[in-house]
Every structure is written in structure tokens, then in C-alpha cells.
Design a protein around this ligand. Structure first.
Ligand code: NAP
Length: 294
């Protein structure tokens, strides 16, 4: 058996088409142009390409987007003042501060300074708290994208044994929370694994759905999973450089072997990645609606 490939590229494209129509309608009927600002501090290469991709996507959807790049040695107060400026700017509905920040800046302090109504990354404690309570809020983009992928691929999560590997604040923990909510793509039984988990193989082997967010290339192989499992691979690992200078990427799951055993699997690249940016756009449009009482 060879797995169904869950294409994030295709799903993201479909959602972006929906968003494009929604943005056009907001603009034409209500005079509302959703606005997003991305703030980058320093020159971390991966961050630069993420921010560029986010702005490009926003632009393609008709979202007003601004990009601010600050020097790596920008003082924390200056960044906080900039966040405050955008908190008060009516043209801007979403503020994204690209992580990681340079070491001299307190990341939490900056994220907490963003108005929760403009926190389109879903990292503010107000939004995280609401998410845990199952209230409406901005969901963190990567787990949100995974929920959409599962729903749109028709994966049954209700009652499923879901094993998530990785407990970061941006992927593993919110993912676990969302999938145990009484909601679409939820109602699952969750096991959350990490470096202190005693026997990861035991958990992986009985999983109906595996979500890998570890950051270790090809860590999960076919002999660790059961026949018919659904695999969502969040990992993005640079494993080499192609002749054209582009990075060669691998997921946390050994795609070639696992796809022969799984019922469905996301590729890397072209899986979760495109969904993350798309959910940022979805959150920005939601923020614009809310700011205008629509
Ligand atoms: P992170 O903050 O580094 O967390 C990694 C998690 O994996 C930690 O909880 C760690 O456990 C666990 N872990 C590491 N090695 C392990 C092992 N050998 N066995 C079991 N658990 C292990 O990573 P992250 O930010 O969540 O990102 C994870 C991966 O997803 C990275 O490759 C990242 O690039 C990718 N990512 C992709 C997207 C996307 O849009 N496609 C978005 C975000 C992240 P401890 O907590 O015990 O240390």
C-alpha cells in the first residue's frame, strides 16, 4: 500500500483562493483592507525568507502589508515602541514579530506587548488561554494549519489515538490542546512525547495519527509505526545543499519508507509549511473583520 499524499500546497492554494474572494468582498463592500505588519530584527537567513514569503502572500491576497527590518542590535525599548505604534495604527490588523529575536531582547515581553486583538500569530497568553478554554481566538498558525489539513483531507480524529512528538509552545503543546477540544479535527485521545518520554516506540506503534514536530531529520521510520497510520510531518530540517544552492529539506519522518505503510502522509516540503503562512493570512482577515465589527 502506498499512502495518500496530503498536499499542503494544494490545500493552502484552495484556502488562499477563498481568502482572496473574502478580502475582495471586504474591500469592495465595506471599504476594509486587512493590514499586516511583519517585524524582523536582525538578519537570521531563515527568518528573512519567512518574512518575505509572508509579505508576498499577503500582497497576492489583497492584504495591505508592511515589512519593518531592524538592526540586530536594536534595543528592546525601541522594538516595544514600534509594537505600540502598530497597536494604535488602524490600518494594521495583524502584528507579527518574527522569531527568534536576538538574545538581548526578551521574547515574551515583546509578544505580550502585542494587542491580543492584533496577535495573528496566536502567541499572546490571552489567545493561548482562550484556546485552552475552547473559546474563539486567534489560533497559532502551524497547529491551525494542521487542523485544516486534517479536516479537508477527511481524516477522522474523533476517538483517534493521536501521538504528538515535540512539546514546543508553537507546535506540540497547542496541537495537543486543540485536538482534545470538542471541535472539528478534535475529540482525540492525546499522547504528547518529548525527550524524557521513556518508550517513544511504544506510543508511536499504537498511534492512529502521528504528528511529528521534533526537528530531527528522518527520526521516525516505517518500523516504528503501524499499518494505516496518518502522519503529519511538521519538521523542516536542512540536510544539504542542491547544485543550485537551494537547501535540501527533510522532515522528521522518513517519508520514503513510512509512505509504504501509512494511509496518508504529508510531504516535506509541500506539507505543513504552506499551511502555516496561509493561516496567518486567515487570522489577519479575521482580525480585520473583528476590528470593523463584521
Ligand atoms: P523545538 O522548540 O525545538 O521543540 C522540539 C521538541 O521536540 C521538544 O519538545 C523536544 O523535547 C522534542 N525532541 C527533540 N528531540 C527529540 C527526540 N529525539 N525524541 C523525542 N522528542 C524530541 O521545535 P519546534 O519549534 O516545535 O519545531 C519542530 C520542527 O518543526 C522543526 O524542524 C521546525 O523547523 C519545524 N517547524 C515547522 C513549521 C512549519 O510551518 N512547517 C512551523 C514550526 C516548526 P524537549 O522539550 O524534551 O526538549
Amino acid at each position: 500500500m502506498s499512502a495518500k499524499i496530503i498536499s499542503g500546497t494544494e490545500t493552502a492554494k484552495a484556502i488562499r483562493e477563498e481568502l482572496k474572494i473574502e478580502v475582495a468582498e471586504l474591500t469592495e463592500k465595506h471599504g476594509v483592507v486587512p493590514g499586516l505588519v511583519t517585524i524582523l530584527v536582525g538578519e537570521y537567513p531563515a527568518s528573512q525568507s519567512y518574512v518575505t514569503a509572508k509579505n508576498k502572500t499577503a500582497h497576492a491576497l489583497g492584504i495591505h502589508s508592511e515589512q519593518v527590518t531592524l538592526d540586530a542590535d536594536t534595543p528592546e525599548e525601541e522594538l516595544l515602541a514600534l509594537v505600540d505604534k502598530y497597536n494604535k495604527d488602524d490600518k494594521i490588523n495583524g502584528i507579527l514579530v518574527q522569531l527568534p529575536l536576538p538574545k538581548h531582547i526578551d521574547e515574551a515581553k515583546v509578544l505580550y506587548a502585542i494587542d491580543p486583538k492584533k496577535d495573528v500569530d496566536g502567541f499572546h497568553p490571552v489567545n493561548i488561554g482562550k484556546m485552552v478554554l475552547g473559546e474563539e481566538c486567534f489560533l497559532p498558525c502551524t497547529p491551525h494549519g494542521i487542523l485544516e489539513l486534517l479536516m479537508r483531507s477527511g481524516v477522522e480524529t474523533s476517538g483517534a489515538e493521536v501521538v504528538i512528538v515535540g512539546r514546543s509552545n508553537i507546535v506540540g503543546k497547542p496541537m495537543a490542546n486543540l485536538m482534545l477540544q470538542k471541535r472539528d479535527a478534535g475529540n482525540a485521545t492525546i499522547t504528547l512525547c518529548h525527550t524524557r518520554t521513556k518508550d517513544i516506540d511504544f506510543h508511536l506503534k499504537r498511534a492512529d495519527i502521528i504528528i511529528a514536530a521534533v526537528g530531527v531529520a528522518n527520526m521516525i521510520s516505517a518500523d516504528q509505526v503501524k499499518e494505516g497510520v496518518v502522519v503529519i510531518d511538521v519538521g523542516v530540517n536542512r540536510v544539504g545543499k542542491a547544485a543550485n544552492g537551494k537547501a535540501i529539506l527533510a522532515g522528521d519522518v522518513d517519508f520514503d519508507s513510512v509512505k509504504e505503510k501509512a494511509a496518508a502522509i504529508t510531504p516535506v516540503p509541500g506539507g505543513v509549511g504552506p499551511m502555516t503562512i496561509t493561516m496567518l493570512m486567515k487570522n489577519t482577515v479575521q482580525a480585520a473583520r473583528q476590528a470593523n465589527g463584521l
